[in-house]
Design a protein around this ligand. Sequence first.
Ligand SMILES: Nc1nc2c(ncn2[C@@H]2O[C@H](COP(=O)(O)OP(=O)(O)OP(=O)(O)O)[C@@H](O)[C@H]2O)c(=O)[nH]1
Ligand SMILES: [Mg+2]
Length: 357
Amino acid sequence: MVTNLPAKVKAKWAEAVACRNIPEKIRLMKEFLAMCPKHKGTSKLIMNVRRKIAALEEELERSRMRRKSTGRHLFSVPKEGAGQIVMLGPTNAGRSSILSSLTNAKPEINPVPFTTRRPAIGMLRYQDIQFQLVEAPALVEGASKGRMEGPQILSLARNSDGLILVVDLEGDPVKQFRMIIEELSNAGIAVEKPEGEVDIKRTPGTGIKVIGTGRLVGCTVDDVRRLLMEYRISSALIRIRGKVTLDLIEESLFSSAVYKPAILLANKYDVPGAEEKLKSLLKEVEDKIPVLPVSCKRGEGLEEVGSIIFKMLRLIRVYPKEPSSKEPSKRPVVVDEGSKAIDVARRLHSKLYKEFR
Ligand SMILES: Nc1nc2c(ncn2[C@@H]2O[C@H](COP(=O)(O)OP(=O)(O)OP(=O)(O)O)[C@@H](O)[C@H]2O)c(=O)[nH]1
Ligand SMILES: [Mg+2]
């Protein structure tokens, strides 16, 4: 069991997490690893910490490179609308064509590979809300190891609210899908829905609170408090979804793995032989994520994308009403399915939010 770590090892982890200086943080994490007992229950944790160290070392290397050359910088796209959806796929799969079919954006569409070099952005209207679609530059094998701006692309995916994976039925869609999943998984991004999810946010002054739609399994909120105190965390919001055990909460302290809901668009459904390739793709994907065959050329299959995204983000719309008016507002506030009135208040007005508390 993960929870058997000795107190001084937990204290070392707390020290590493609190440290803001990257080289020093790496040193403390390595010290933690050296102290950490090695057995079956800690193997996953050790793997996660090693991954964290590797990511920090890479970040350090990148910032050194940035200082040397001004050409490289992070892609960052400020969020707009009810959710930011990043489109990922190999070159020429048709990401720009899909973006241009679904939104007002006019990215360059071209048979020449690697046409899109910077994120291209458009807004997709769905009923009375909008989603922000972001076409990431093409993902290549080895992206997670640094190839072709891979780390920047994967960090766009990590910061998104959901993903549209794009493969094409002209090439080998199974191979393309495996490549995307492999690169995402190397970067600690999962697209298959886990049984339980934990998101821990340090929030000074609130104490330990467990929120969200999930259920604690085999433990109580007091057990969670005790566990976090061992890691010197006395104040945090723990958002849970699905079935969450104490082990999962402890694991999430060491792992920066995230889950992103995703759909897979199999584009170029119009080409000869597409039907057969789609069958192999469906077999490969099983029911991990929804697959939608589409053709930008014929304008087919894309109508459902908005409603699928809405469902996949598990959103609900709330129509607030001003006390002075009879009718509710026509502009909804969009929040998570598991949200409470306080979350709506937070989105509406920070003053209202403070008063609510
Ligand atoms: N037959 C067919 N061709 C398509 C379809 N969608 C896109 N294409 C063609 O595929 C080529 C690449 O399309 P893009 O939309 O530029 O692909 P991309 O994924 O954005 O590619 P890069 O940004 O260059 O990595 C273009 O020549 C498109 O005309 C489709 O549904 N059917
Ligand atoms: Mg493109």
